[in-house]
Design a protein around this ligand. Structure first.
Ligand SMILES: *Cc1c(COP(=O)(O)O)cnc(C)c1O
Length: 378
């Protein structure tokens, strides 16, 4: 049996007619960059995320970058974030000339730990504390970070809060939507995300009109009116084709999320029955609502061998992420060492993401758990 990590082709078959209709509309209009489809999507995402405004941009990475530009973070500044995320969460900090300051994660949620953040900040010199300008909590795997803790720290130290919600559209923390709790929420429409475009794309949410306006200016090279540049921005524009595709998919998102949650519940039953002591942890639903961008287990040993065994059995998995950010070559200048963030480092060695996409069948899930069982019992 074949079980890919993600099966976008089968999802496409269910929405093909709608997609072809809207993309044809874009072709007929010959209006490709920004325009009515982008504005329509911006309204829909703002509503979905419970914010006042949304600004469509060229990718999730650019969403983070433009958020930092909007917060005036630059050379000499530093930004608190997690070492256990996709590279962009910290890469964008460097890109604007600022310095990432890493903080270890919560063992259960894999998200930045507010307690550790408070300790890290207290241990900084007064001068370094002055340099802190922002914090980027990442809602990893589709579950929100502990936002009460983060917002309290942000208030104490006057930090701008950018939620990296690239994996968490529709996730909730105490009833609040991802992207609605910080100053800015940053989303990705990369094809493999829960709400994926047919190419690169992203969006930024905010409830401040002034900030939304600033984001729009920055998105088009800092110009207003055209050819009169107030600030140096960039080309961070979203194109109409992507906006049209995402608008169609957004209507199905809640149904897909329910299917992911059902799959997660079924994994729990299957693993429970299998009773494998080597599978240490299933995802902990600590901050509801978890939207299961990923279903990540933690195993006691032989993670890489297990992965290879599953691959040979036709099952796709992934390691998000094998090298924590503080140990990446490009960040060696920051001076971190192995052992600095033990929880993130352990996660990098022991976690494995299993297929969780909405179209996954019961038989496929049974096959996955049976194959994991066969690996550890042999
Ligand atoms: C995917 C992702 C991004 C970057 O999004 P792109 O659209 O690929 O640029 C940023 N942060 C996190 C946590 C992500 O998962």
């Amino acid at each position: 049996m074949k079980v890919p990590l993600l099966d976008l082709k089968s999802q496409y078959q269910t929405i093909k007619d709608e997609i072809l209709r809207v993309t044809e509309d874009v072709y007929e209009s010959q209006y490709f960059i920004l325009g009515p489809w982008v504005e329509k999507l911006e309204k829909a995402i703002a509503e979905y995320s419970n914010t006042e405004f949304a600004v469509g941009v060229s990718s999730g990475t650019d969403a983070l970058l433009i958020s930092l530009l909007a917060a005036d973070v630059g050379p000499g500044d530093s930004v608190i974030t997690t070492p256990y995320s996709f590279f962009a969460s910290a890469g964008c900090v460097s890109r604007v000339g600022a310095k990432p300051v890493f903080v270890d994660i919560d063992r259960e949620t894999f998200n930045i730990s507010p307690d550790q953040a408070a300790k890290t900040i207290e241990n900084l010199s007064a001068e370094d504390r002055e340099r802190l300008k922002a914090v980027i909590p990442v809602h990893l795997y589709g579950q929100c970070a502990n936002m009460d803790g983060i917002l309290e720290i942000a208030k104490t130290y006057d930090l701008f809060v950018i939620e990296d919600a690239a994996q968490a559209i529709g996730a909730e923390y105490k009833g609040k939507r991802a992207g609605s709790m910080g100053d800015i929420g940053s989303f990705s429409f990369f094809p493999s995300k829960n709400l994926g475009a047919f190419g690169d794309g992203g969006i930024v949410t905010t409830s401040s009109e002034e900030r939304a306006d600033k984001l729009k200016i920055l998105r088009a090279h800092g110009a207003r009116p055209k050819y009169y540049h107030k600030v140096v921005g960039g080309n961070f524009r979203l194109d109409a084709l992507q906006a049209a595709v995402v608008s169609v998919k957004l209507k199905h998102l809640d149904q897909w999320t329910r299917a992911r949650q059902e799959n997660a519940a079924r994994y729990r039953e299957l693993f429970d029955k299998a009773g494998l002591s080597e599978v240490l942890d299933l995802p902990v639903e600590k901050e509801n609502r978890h939207i299961y961008n990923q279903f990540v287990i933690r195993v006691a040993e032989k993670r890489d061998e297990l992965r290879e065994y599953l691959k040979e059995a036709g099952i796709g998995t992934e390691v998000y992420y094998p090298v924590p950010l503080h140990l990446q070559d490009c960040f060696s200048y920051l001076g971190y060492n192995s052992g600095d963030f033990p929880v993130a480092e352990e996660a990098a060695q022991k976690t494995l993401a299993l297929p969780i996409y909405p179209e996954l069948t019961v038989e496929q899930q049974e096959y996955i758990v049976d194959t994991i069982k066969a690996f550890y019992l042999n």
